[in-house]
Design a protein around this ligand. Structure first.
Ligand code: HEM
Ligand SMILES: *[C@@H]1O[C@H](CO)[C@@H](O)[C@H](O)[C@H]1NC(C)=O
Ligand SMILES: *[C@@H]1O[C@H](CO)[C@@H](O)[C@H](O)[C@H]1NC(C)=O
Length: 521
């Protein structure tokens, strides 16, 4: 009885202290953030508000609604601000920004940092130097054959399912784009044949630290990780204990996500380990892994094994999910905007020979309308949509002319920035034309699907290579239609803005006869 009373008293005073502290903090307002409207009644007191919003699955949309009511800066937590005016991009993300990646990146990191979660500027520069030779454009074109190979395989699969082959199967385009981008990055990065396209599923081998193996589903495992982190990262210094707690019976939802995440940890560990074995066996393979091991003169980089594994994980994560989302999104946009589809078709048909099955990158990489269609789709639905958190430097920083004290979290969602009506009029309309000509060029600095500055995406060119080759090849070969007219995919924002599915039917165009069917390559 006493125990119970004591327990209740301790709990109450803990809650009381907690609430009291946050209220005190709010009124003290050391940083002067009270001048900005808060997202809701709780946001100025606690990060909990934003976590609840994240848990609901589309925080950028809510922020967009709030910003659209005429608030360029919104307080999303006691110490965090969201911006909507694309003119703040320079201050928060640009090359000369003094802001660094927010602490969230380091608390969710593993034993070693990788290129995307390392916060320290010098460490980042060291890593980026090693990896940029891998991702550079020269190699890119050497690797086109790997992307062409995946394109050939996906077409072989689509040919088996297309309507005119008498099958009339529904093709769930979203999944296939993911098999495609996974197969592509595994080959480009690790010379690994995952075979997801050929198999039509993404079950693969995972390795435990003790050396035993098990099977896991690639997407399910990887997406569980980002679902959990996109909410729990906001607990900051409590992250580790909160994760530990969320793995217990107290939270079946999170326990399940963390269980699935073991699959993801095992998958990239297995991929890295397999590739290391090939390296040690003396195989000379032209891929990222090789570039990570030594420079072009053969001088070893001597990275720790943990760092190598971390780089493999980010490559297999950032290098697949976003591109797959982008590919599915642009197909969907073209299907619901038939005039754009038609115009793009004409441009592609003109560039490619009639009997060309795999679009050659050389012929399509500068097609203006093709690029405009891709960019307009990534504007509307940026694959990485949420506000990427940055911390102001100790001495504070000016953001759009306002002084923001040091150690404040600042962010701008690409989903929000891309809907600024002064730069993108009629922002909800899919209008590739806005990207054409001189006027289109001027929009460049306000397009942040790949973020910007020193921490901008290193895989951007690879992504365009994959996106253009696949889209041009598919549209050149098939007529595509939504399996169900009027279909609208669901959206779920974790780290990335996922779309649920895009079920389509494919029919080979007149120019292709039965004998052209590509099977069993
Ligand atoms: C449509 C496709 C893609 C989109 C929209 C995209 C978007 C982004 C964004 C927004 C960032 C900044 C992340 C942050 O600030 O936390 C980023 C960074 C990064 N991306 Fe991508 N990405 C794409 C494709 C790729 C590909 C294909 C790869 C690898 C082959 C890749 C690898 C990376 C890496 C390693 C970073 C960290 C760069 C650094 O901090 O130096 N991405 N990407
Ligand atoms: C809330 O978020 C801020 C960053 O915006 C962080 O500095 C702070 O530690 C967080 N508070 C708690 C209690 O986790
Ligand atoms: C992508 O290619 C362009 C040239 O077309 C180059 O200027 C740019 O640095 C490349 N970006 C990356 C991240 O490799």
């Amino acid at each position: 009885m006493y125990g119970l009373l004591l327990g209740a008293a301790v709990l109450l005073s803990a809650v009381g202290w907690f609430v009291g502290y946050h209220v005190y903090d709010y009124f003290r307002d050391v940083k002067g953030l009270r001048r900005y409207p808060a997202m809701d009644a709780l946001a100025a007191f606690s990060n909990m508000s934003f976590m609840l919003l994240a848990q609901r699955g589309f925080r950028s949309k809510r922020l967009q609604d709030l910003h659209a009511e005429g608030n360029p800066v919104i307080r999303t937590g006691p110490n965090s601000l969201s911006y909507s005016d694309p003119r703040a991009i320079r201050d928060i993300y640009g090359h000369n920004t003094k802001c660094i990646k927010d602490e969230q990146y380091s608390i969710t990191a593993g034993s070693h940092f990788h290129l995307a979660d390392v916060v320290d500027k010098h460490e980042h520069a060291r890593k980026r130097k090693v990896l940029s030779s891998a991702y550079a454009l020269k190699n890119l074109e050497e690797w086109e054959f790997k992307v062409a190979d995946k394109t050939e395989r996906i077409i072989a699969q689509f040919d088996k399912r297309c309507t005119d082959a008498g099958h009339d199967e529904i093709v769930e385009y979203r999944s296939w784009t993911n098999f495609f981008s996974l197969d592509a990055i595994a080959d480009i990065g690790l010379s690994k044949r995952l075979g997801f396209i050929d198999n039509g599923h993404d079950r693969c081998l995972a390795l435990r630290p003790d050396g035993t193996t098990f099977e896991a589903n690639y997407r399910e495992s990887l997406y569980a990780n980002s679902k959990a982190q996109s909410v729990l990262a906001w607990t900051y210094r409590w992250y580790k204990p909160v994760v530990a707690l969320s793995k217990t019976f107290l939270s079946p939802y999170y326990s399940n996500l963390w269980k699935l995440n073991e699959g993801w940890d095992g998958i990239y560990l297995n991929l890295a380990t397999e590739r290391l074995q090939r390296y040690q066996a003396g195989e000379k393979l032209d891929d990222f892994f090789q570039t990570m091991m030594h420079d072009k003169n053969g001088v070893p980089h001597d990275l720790e094994w943990g760092e190598i594994v971390a780089e493999v994980s980010i490559m297999m994560n950032a290098g697949s999910t976003t591109t797959a989302i982008a590919m599915a999104n642009v197909m969907y946009q073209l299907l619901i905007n038939p005039k754009c589809m038609e115009r793009l078709r004409e441009e592609i048909d003109e560039a490619l020979a009639d009997d060309e099955v795999i679009a050659s990158y050389e012929k399509i990489k500068y097609l203006p309308y093709l690029r405009a269609c891709l960019d307009e789709s990534m504007r509307l639905f940026p694959p990485t949509s949420h506000g990427l958190p940055r911390a102001t430097p100790a001495e504070g920083a000016l953001i759009m002319g306002d002084y923001i004290p040091g150690g404040t979290t600042v962010a701008m969602s690409a989903y929000v920035a891309h809907r600024d009506t002064t730069i993108f009029p009629e922002p909800e309309t899919y209008n590739p034309d806005r990207w054409l000509g001189e006027a289109g060029k001027e929009l460049g600095p306000y397009f942040i699907a790949f973020s910007a500055g020193a921490r901008g995406c290193i895989g951007r060119n690879i992504s365009y290579l994959e996106q253009t080759v696949l889209l041009a090849s598919i549209l050149h070969r098939y007529d595509v239609e939504l399996a169900k007219p009027g279909f609208v995919p669901d959206r779920l924002e974790s780290f990335n803005l996922h779309l649920s599915e895009v079920p389509v039917r494919l029919r080979r165009r007149q120019r292709f006869s039965e004998k052209d069917v590509l099977v069993d390559i």
